[in-house]
Design a protein. Structure first.
Length: 481
C-alpha cells in the first residue's frame, strides 16, 4: 500500500504465489519478497480536492524539455476518466461508472516522464528502424494501410494510458526510483515489448495475422481457423476462468485488413506483390460449404478442391479469432478477457471501460479496423503484455525476476529473451508447450530484442558475439555525437 493525502491505497494486487516487492515496485515471486509492515497514514486536516504535493527526488531527474508535451488529457491524470483518446490512443475510460480508477501516484508520473523523455530522444531512429515496415513508406493513403500503421505517437499515447490506467489490476511496468537500476528495468521492459511487437506484427506490415502456414505444400484459406498447430476457436479459458471467454458464433463475418503491395514481400508474397488474400471468416453458406487454397500462379484463391488446414478444417465458419494487435491476441479466451476488462462487457457490468462501445466478442476485428480507435492495436498488445507476460510465473521462470536479473547482470543472460519468446508465441517459457504446436527457436526475436536495446541507447553484454556500441542516445546526451 501507499499513502496519498492521508488515505491508504492499494498499489497493485498480485496473483496467487506472488507478492508486491518494494525493491522493484512490482509483483514478484514470494521467495524473492521481504514484506514490511503496512504504513500508517497520517490523517488529513480536511477533505481537499487539491493535488498532493509532489516531493522532489534527491537526485535531479533528467531534463525532459526536449520531448513533446503530452496531449492526451494534458496534466489531468488526477481524473483518469478524462482520457479522450487524443493522438489515436485508447478510448476514454467511461465516466458512466462510479468505479473509476484512482489517479496515478507522483512516482508513477515521474517514471512515465522519464520513459517518455528517453524514447523521445530516440524517436526518429525508433520510427525508422522499428516502426516502419521494410519496403514501405512511413505512410500510405489507403484506409487499410492506415489501419496497419504502427506510429510512434500511437505507441506513446497508448503507453501513457497503460502506465497510468492499465487493466485487470495491472499496469505497464516502468521500473522503480528506489533501486540502482530501477529505471533501466522499465526501459528494458519497453524494449522487450517493442521487440516482440516487431516480430508479431510490425515487420509484416499488418495488424492482422497473415496467412503463412503451408500444409502439404499449399496455403489453406482455412488457416483463419488456426495456424502452426493451433485451433483458435478451441483456445478456451482455463478452468475457473470460463466466465471470460467469448461464445463462438457461426454466423459471424470478419475480414482482415489488406496489406499493401510493397509490404506483401515481407508477408509471404511474391516479388510482384501477389500475396495471399487477407484472412476471413463467415458461415458455410457464403462459400458453398468449403474453402480452398491460395494459388500463387494466378494470384487468386482456388476453391477446388477443398483444402484442410493443419487442424483439418476445410471451412472458416466460426473462425474469426485469428491474431490481431501489436503483440497478437488470438482465441476465444483472449478476446473475451479483452472485452471483460476493456470493452463493452466492462461498461455493461459497471466497470471502467476504455472502449465502452466495442464488443470484442461480437467484433474482434475492431482491434485492427475500428476507425474511431486507430491505436487500439497498441492497447490490445499491451493488455496481453501486462496480463500474460508481466504476470508470468511458472517453474523456475518469473518474468519480473528474470527482467531484474537480466538488467542487474549487465544485459547478457539471453535465457531471459528465449523464455520471453516462448511465452509470447506459445504461452510457456520452455516450448513446445502444447501437443502438435510448432516450435519457434526464437533466434529472430533475440536479434530484434538486441537491436531494440541498442536503439534505446542500451549496450547489451558481449555473450552474443555481436558488436555492442549503442545506436540510440541516452538521456542527457547531446544530439551532436
Amino acid at each position: 500500500v501507499s499513502c496519498s493525502n492521508g488515505v491508504a491505497g492499494v498499489v497493485q494486487r498480485c496473483s496467487q504465489g506472488m507478492a508486491y516487492s518494494t525493491r522493484i515496485s512490482a509483483c514478484n515471486i514470494l521467495s524473492q519478497v521481504t514484506c514490511s509492515s503496512d504504513p500508517t497514514c497520517p490523517p488529513t486536516k480536511s477533505p481537499s480536492n487539491s493535488r498532493p504535493t509532489t516531493r522532489q527526488p534527491a537526485t535531479e531527474p533528467p531534463t525532459v524539455t526536449a520531448s513533446p508535451s503530452f496531449s492526451t488529457a494534458d496534466n489531468n491524470y488526477e481524473s483518469v476518466g478524462s482520457f479522450d483518446g487524443a493522438n489515436g490512443g485508447g478510448g476514454g475510460v467511461s465516466n458512466e461508472s462510479e468505479n473509476v480508477p484512482a489517479r496515478p501516484s507522483p512516482a508513477v508520473l515521474e517514471g512515465m516522464y522519464v520513459m517518455d523523455a528517453h524514447m523521445a530522444a530516440n524517436k526518429i531512429v525508433l520510427t525508422r528502424e522499428l516502426l516502419t515496415n521494410p519496403g514501405r513508406g512511413p505512410s500510405s493513403s489507403s484506409a487499410s494501410a492506415a489501419m496497419n500503421d504502427f506510429s510512434y505517437m500511437g505507441l506513446r499515447s497508448s503507453l501513457q494510458t497503460m502506465i497510468t490506467v492499465g487493466a485487470a489490476n495491472q499496469t505497464f511496468y516502468i521500473g522503480t526510483p528506489s533501486a540502482e537500476n530501477g529505471r533501466a528495468y522499465g526501459l528494458v521492459n519497453i524494449a522487450a515489448f517493442l521487440a516482440m511487437s516487431v516480430e508479431d506484427s510490425i515487420s509484416h506490415g499488418s495488424c492482422d495475422e497473415v496467412n503463412h502456414d503451408l500444409v502439404g505444400g499449399t496455403l489453406p484459406i482455412s488457416n483463419a481457423c488456426g495456424q502452426d498447430g493451433w485451433s483458435y476457436h478451441d483456445m478456451t479459458c482455463a478452468e475457473g476462468e470460463e466466465m471470460y471467454q467469448c461464445e463462438v458464433d457461426p454466423t459471424m463475418r470478419a475480414t482482415a485488413n489488406d496489406v499493401d503491395v510493397s509490404s506483401r514481400r515481407n508477408s509471404g508474397g511474391t516479388d510482384d506483390g501477389r500475396a495471399p488474400t487477407p484472412l476471413y471468416c463467415g458461415p458455410l453458406t457464403d462459400y458453398d460449404g468449403y474453402t480452398g487454397h491460395w494459388d500463387y500462379v494466378s494470384g487468386a484463391e482456388s476453391t477446388h478442391p477443398p483444402v484442410e488446414n493443419g487442424s483439418g478444417k476445410t471451412d472458416v465458419e466460426g473462425c474469426c479469432w485469428w491474431g490481431r494487435g501489436s503483440i497478437q491476441i488470438r482465441g476465444v479466451c483472449a478476446y473475451g478477457k479483452l472485452n471483460y476488462f476493456l470493452g463493452k462487457r466492462a461498461y455493461d457490468e459497471g466497470r471502467p471501460s476504455m472502449f465502452p462501445d466495442v464488443d470484442f466478442c461480437r467484433d474482434p476485428q475492431a482491434v485492427c479496423s475500428n476507425p474511431k480507435y486507430p491505436d487500439l492495436k497498441w492497447i490490445a498488445g499491451m493488455f496481453r503484455w501486462i496480463t500474460e507476460v508481466q504476470t508470468y510465473n511458472q517453474g523456475d521462470y518469473s518474468y519480473m525476476q528474470r527482467l531484474v536479473d537480466f538488467v542487474d547482470g549487465g544485459l547478457q543472460d539471453w535465457t531471459f529473451v528465449h523464455g520471453l519468446s516462448g511465452i509470447v508465441t506459445q504461452g510457456c517459457h520452455e516450448p513446445p508447450c502444447a501437443f502438435g504446436v510448432e516450435f519457434e527457436d526464437g533466434a529472430s526475436r533475440k536479434a530484434t530484442f538486441i537491436r531494440t536495446l541498442k536503439l534505446l541507447g542500451l549496450s547489451p553484454g558481449k555473450s552474443d558475439g555481436m558488436t555492442h556500441a549503442a545506436d540510440g542516445r541516452r538521456l542527457g546526451e547531446s544530439s551532436n555525437r
